[in-house]
Design a protein around this ligand. Sequence first.
Ligand code: NAD
Ligand code: AKB
Length: 312
Amino acid sequence: MKKDKILVIGACGQIGVELTLALRKMYGDANVVASDLREEHELLKGTGPYVSLDVMNKEMLHVLIIRHNITQVYLLAAILSATGEKNPLLAWHINMQSLLNVLDIAKEENIDKVYWPSSIAVFGPNSPMQDTPQHTIIEPTTIYGISKFAGERWCEYYNHRYGVDVRSLRYPGLISYKSAPGGGTTDYAVEIFHEAKEHKKYTSFLSENTYLPMMYMPDAIRATIELMEADASKISVRSAYNLSGMSFSPKEIAAEIKKHIPEFTISYEPDYRQQIADGWPNSMDDSLARADWGWKHEYDLEKMTADMLKNI
Ligand code: NAD
Ligand code: AKB
C-alpha cells in the first residue's frame, strides 16, 4: 500500500465519488480524505474519512491540509458549462479561486502532487473541430471554457515558476451510472440511458447530428490515476493533456441503445446548450497523452452502452 495521504475536493460529484473509491482501493481507505460542500454521497458512506469543506475558504482548506498531513490534492469542485452560463461571474469566481487556493497552498506546504481537470470546453468555434490537436487556436466562448483555459495557464505557471507538480487532463463528456452529472452540456449522454430504461423514450436537448468527444467513467478514472502515477519525467504538458475515448452524436447513441431496447425512441428539442456544444470539438487528438505516459482507452460506444444498460 502506498504511503501518501490524499485529499479529494468535490468528492460527491460525478467524478469524485468514483475517483475517491478507486483511490481508497489503491492507497487504503484511511489515507483518502473525501470532502465536499454537499452531504456525504451514499456510496462513500462508511468507506473512509469525510470532511465538510468549502474550497473557497482558503484558511479552512489550509488547516485541513496541515492537520491531515496531505501529500496529494485532487481538486474536482467546479461549476460546469450549462450551469456556468446561468451565472457567469459566480462560475468564474468559483472555478478560478478554488484552483488558486489549492495551487498556492500546494506551493507553501510543498504538496507532492496536485490534480485539477480541464475540459474539451477550452476549445471554441475557431479551433479545428475534427481531431482537435493539443496545440491549436484556443478561443473558448463559454465562461466555463474561459475559466478552464485560464486554469490551465495557472497550472503551467505554478509548475514552471514554483515547481508545483500539478497535472491535468482535458476530459471529454463523461458517462457514468454511479453518480449523476452536475450541470454540463454533455449530460444528455447520461440522461438518455436512464430515460431509455424507465420510459423507453428520450427528448434530447442537442440536435441529432451534434458530435462530441465522450468517455466512459472507468476510462476517465484510469486515465486520471495513470497520469498521477506517471514518472514526472514523462509529463511534457503542464497545462492539460487532450484525452480521447470515443465520439458520437445523439442519433448514434440512440441507435446503439435501440439494439438493446427495440421500442426506444428519441426526439430532439435543442435548447441553449446546443450553442455551447456547437463551439466544442467533434473529436480530439490525444496522441501526446498516448506517447508521453502510455494512455489507451478501452471503451467504445458499443461496449459502454452494453455496460451502462446492464448497470443502471
Ligand atoms: P460535479 O458538478 O458532478 O461535482 C462537483 C462537486 O464539487 C459537487 O459535488 C459540488 O458539491 C462540489 N463543490 C462545488 N462547489 C464547491 C465548493 N465551494 N467547495 C467544495 N465542494 C464544492 O462535477 P464533475 O462532473 O464531477 O466534475 C469534476 C471536475 O471535472 C470539474 O472540474 C469539471 O469541470 C471537470 N470535468 C468534468 C467533466 C464531466 O463530463 N463530468 C468533463 C470535463 C471536465
Ligand atoms: C460539461 O458538459 O460542461 C462537461 C465538460 C465536457 O466539461 N461535461
